[in-house]
Design a protein around this ligand. Sequence first.
Ligand code: ADP
Ligand code: MG
Length: 138
Amino acid sequence: MTEQTLSIIKPDGVKKRLSGKIISIFEENGFEIKAVKKVHLTKKQAEGFYYIHKERPFFNSLVAFMTEGPVIPMVLSCENAILKNRDIMGATNPKDAKDGTIRKMFAESIERNVVHGSDSIESAKFEISYFFNVFEIL
Ligand code: ADP
Ligand code: MG
């Protein structure tokens, strides 16, 4: 089934000018870019996006990281987009990520791990609508 998922190139990936490479990886793997923008999140916006992690010990540090510079959220579409994107991203901790995954190739730590990807149909729906309205998804 064709699905949509939200990907974000995080501030570390944008700062290191990895966005072109990362978008190429998505396109080469059959994803269509349905929407894309560049935004610098406020503290409140980052907290809202990651509300599910608000009790975690790393929450404040994660919010500081995600607001340190601009990010590039995008809506990706293909068959099984949510799981497929998680596969291409690799494990949260780059030390555990498989060879060839984005995090294995580019991430420096479990926190500064270059990309975000929705983890379920429910989170994809919430996360896509957090950044894009229906007229912006083509
Ligand atoms: P994922 O992004 O792989 O879905 P999580 O949803 O568990 O991972 O965590 C959200 C983000 O929080 C991670 O991508 C990473 O930036 C950060 N994070 C997760 N676990 C840790 C940790 N133990 N220490 C610091 N940051 C973390
Ligand atoms: Mg997650």
